[in-house]
Design a protein around this ligand. Sequence first.
Ligand SMILES: C[S@@+](CC[C@H](N)C(=O)[O-])C[C@H]1O[C@@H](n2cnc3c(N)ncnc32)[C@H](O)[C@@H]1O
Length: 320
Amino acid sequence: MSQQLQQLTQVPQMSISASTQELAELIDAHLGALRPAAPAWRVADSPISGRGIFATRDIAAGEQLFQERTLLVGPTAHRGRNLKNCIHCYHSPSGKAADAAADDAAALCSAGCGLPVCGDCVASTRHALECQLFRKWQPKDGSRIDPRALRILSVVRCFFLSEPQRKLLYAMQANADRYYMREVERAAECFEHFPSDPDMLEYFYRTICAFNTNAFESRFHLAGAGDGAGQEIVARALFPLAGMLNHQCTPNAAHHFLDGETIVVTATERIAEGQEITMSYTKLLWSTLARKIFLAMTKHFMCQCPRCQDPTVSSQCTCN
Ligand SMILES: C[S@@+](CC[C@H](N)C(=O)[O-])C[C@H]1O[C@@H](n2cnc3c(N)ncnc32)[C@H](O)[C@@H]1O
């Protein structure tokens, strides 16, 4: 088992085109007004792996460390989940809780792009660009929401990034698992004219690798008072600063989402100046074995933290 897990960690990393200092500057620009005047953290090289985030002063338990807006976000497009919600505001196009059995047509943009959009967002500039692109690629079946085409949307949005944002994307770690190319291939099957230019496919592939290495499943509940209010939405979102947090099985920070596009990271215990700020990529109550398998399969590393090394800790699952 341990040899098989070791093999899962043997994926190369795509080259990173920025120094740690340049990455820190790109992250500052990305945070914009959300960057605190005197942050309690800084981005620096980490003894755990690559780059990480470090406390620049003592931080109290419960202190909010930062808030960050997403760089790229889109539907997870898991079958049966939020497939009919608007790709921009996440509300149900009909204003009612999205009914999985209802006809797709009621949720789809009438222009034929194959994307679910609500009446408020359909006329937005944001939608116009994506609608135009998807129509140019020509969905094979414009009357149906195809999860494969929907899932590629978060990746396709890399087209609309500014130059500094693209640099930031390329400064993020991207574990190069060739299996990730399947996501592009599956999306290509949904269109008559999906791009075939190698540079463009490479850009998509890089973005998917960055997503799989760094992205969060952002969970939140729809606000408002209408029928869809309170519905749980799950999106996949890339947060470059939060994505710098390395994993520990006994972390000192945790995160939550204000909405699908804003993450908040908070210290869960006192963090001393100079200490690395970490989060857990797994559920805290998972057994050592479950954490090891998850980390090896999805993040391609074997955790060497004290909890994983402790022979007195049971490897049995403690969750139900
Ligand atoms: C979200 S990124 C974390 C930021 C990354 N260190 C960087 O330089 O961009 C996740 C990747 O960091 C590395 N990593 C994070 N925590 C680790 C740990 N405890 N042990 C080994 N590698 C870790 C793994 O390569 C993982 O795929």
